[in-house]
Design a protein around this ligand. Structure first.
Ligand code: SF4
Length: 503
């Protein structure tokens, strides 16, 4: 779909308009000029003064015309950046409306294309805006549907009941530890995940660097008297290293990190069932790991094969029982809606299998075509369900979780996600992951250690976010881990000393 945009000069509009077009059409291209080959032409009239007033008129090739207009006051003391954001939202508002009228598709998340919609509601709560007014604003400003506003409210309520001090956690930090190895690489994956076989040398060097980072950051936190709220081991698959290596790593955590006994939650992703052994479970138990993830993704064997997960359905079930009998009493399982070849029947089967296990939490992802994944590069080879079927599967997940006592407690969206839907974390009450809440709502600094680990530094006073990423490949990491550690300590120094944290 080629869309000619007229009446908007500022190039900063191109990206948001393109992102919204992507919600409607598989392939779309925005052209900011008159274009005789365009399928649609959209003419804007934009006026910005004390208020922003904008109209859009869409004409298709058959001569049908759709029209929308919108006006909103602009707060006089807003910064230029904030002002442009308001103007961009107003333009998106009329643009989305004419595209919805033209296509007959309602975008349940309105003009939002970002990853964390619930952050908007948290901000309104923190600003003291009453709930009903906040809901009206979300509907009027962003065109979010009532259904999604209800979901946001339910999630925010749940988060605040699980972490009542969520808005005052900025003086503490959480830690993410990235282990970049997996038994094999899955087709939809863009995480730093290197097939582990034949790489022992690289694993040894990587773990050497990781131990160093843990020691240095731990030392800094101890000196500063800064507490850790949660620790999360992700990757890759953190259980793809040996039981001995895991044992040494957790010992390092206990030795180097401050007050480990007081950390609210330690999670280890044991995502791939083919990595779980009785020895590794004993190590997890020995070091009081609270929560693990064992991820089936699907209970259909052909699907697992098609996406490159070299384990069987039985293995997932067996390893779940093994983990249970080893005393792991908070297990998360990830499922994916819309995997190649799957529709409502296959997903219903996956839910029926889930019912036999009843993990404490269940994360339901919607398949997304991430740019760098094998699946996206060879999109033609993977047949996936259409928008309507994906929505039906999502509804099935909502109904099934509600009927089985799970409540939604976090959500995030991704670009190119099937049906423009979302990923939702469900949990049996009191079993929610605190780390997942913290990372989604961006209310606390998360220090990333290891390969591909992103750090997100949140200024304890202003809330401003600074990103820092360790390299994704073990070689670059091994060559420079000392420098990355120093960089992070420098950023932490600036943030926490400026704000007079307990030094
Ligand atoms: S197990 Fe997870 S991290 Fe590893 S390749 Fe598969 S999706 Fe990627």
């Amino acid at each position: 779909m080629r869309i000619s945009i007229l009446g908007l000069e500022d190039e900063r509009f191109i990206r948001p308009l393109q992102l919204i077009a992507n919600l409607f059409f598989e392939e779309s291209q925005i052209v900011m000029a008159v274009d005789g080959t365009a399928d649609l032409q959209i003419k804007f009239v934009l006026r910005v003064g004390e208020a922003v007033s904008v109209s859009a008129e869409l004409c298709d090739r058959e001569g049908a015309v759709y029209f929308s207009n919108y006006q909103k006051e602009l707060p006089p003391d807003d910064s230029d950046k904030e002002r442009f954001k308001q103007v961009k939202n107003a333009v998106s508002h009329v643009y989305l409306t004419v595209l919805q009228d033209f296509s007959g598709i309602t975008q349940k998340w309105g003009i939002l294309t970002g990853v964390r919609p619930t952050k908007l509601l948290h901000k309104k709560i923190q600003a003291g805006i009453p709930m009903e007014v906040a809901h009206q604003q979300l509907k009027a400003d962003y065109l979010i549907t009532d259904e999604k506003i209800q979901l946001m409210q339910q999630i925010v309520d749940r988060q605040l009941s699980v972490v009542p001090d969520l808005y005052s956690l900025r003086q503490e930090v959480s830690i993410y530890i990235g282990i970049p190895f997996c038994p094999t690489k899955c087709a939809y994956c863009t995480f730093p995940a290197y097939a582990i076989n034949g790489r022992q040398g690289s694993v040894d060097s990587f773990l050497g660097g990781l131990h160093y980072e843990m020691r240095k950051i731990g030392e800094w936190l101890k000196e500063r008297g800064i507490k850790i709220t949660t620790v999360y081991y992700g990757g890759g698959t953190p259980t793809s290293i040996t039981a001995e290596e895991m044992d040494l790593l957790y010992e390092e955590m206990y030795t180097s990190f401050p007050e480990v006994a007081g950390i609210r939650e330690i999670t280890v992703e044991a995502g791939r069932p083919d990595t779980i052994t009785p020895e590794k479970l004993a190590v997890l138990k020995k070091w009081n790991i609270d929560r693990i993830s064992i991820n089936p993704q699907s209970y259909i064997q052909e699907t697992l094969k098609a996406i490159g997960r070299h384990h069987t359905v039985e293995e997932t079930i067996d390893k779940f029982h093994l983990a249970r009998s080893a005393g792991m009493n908070n297990i998360n399982m990830d499922l994916i809606i819309g995997l190649p070849g799957e529709g409502v029947t296959e997903f219903a089967h996956t839910l029926a299998e889930t019912e036999k296990l009843m993990p404490e939490s269940l994360t339901v992802h919607t398949l997304s075509f991430k740019r760098a994944s094998e699946m996206t590069k060879n999109k033609d080879r993977y047949r996936v369900a259409d928008r309507t079927e994906v929505e039906k599967m999502m509804e099935l997940a909502q109904d099934w979780t509600a009927a089985h006592g799970y409540v939604p407690y976090y959500l995030y969206r991704q670009k190119n996600i099937l049906g423009n839907l979302e990923n939702v974390g469900y949990s049996l009450p009191t079993q929610e992951s605190i780390y997942n809440i913290i990372i989604m709502e961006e209310l606390q600094t998360i220090i990333g250690l290891g390969c591909g680990a992103s750090s997100k530094f949140i200024d304890p006073v202003s809330g401003k976010i600074t990103h820092f990423a360790n390299p994704k490949d073990p070689k670059s990491y091994n060559d420079n881990f000392e420098a990355y550690t120093d960089e992070k300590i420098k950023i932490l120094e600036e943030l926490f000393s400026e704000n007079g944290s307990p030094a």
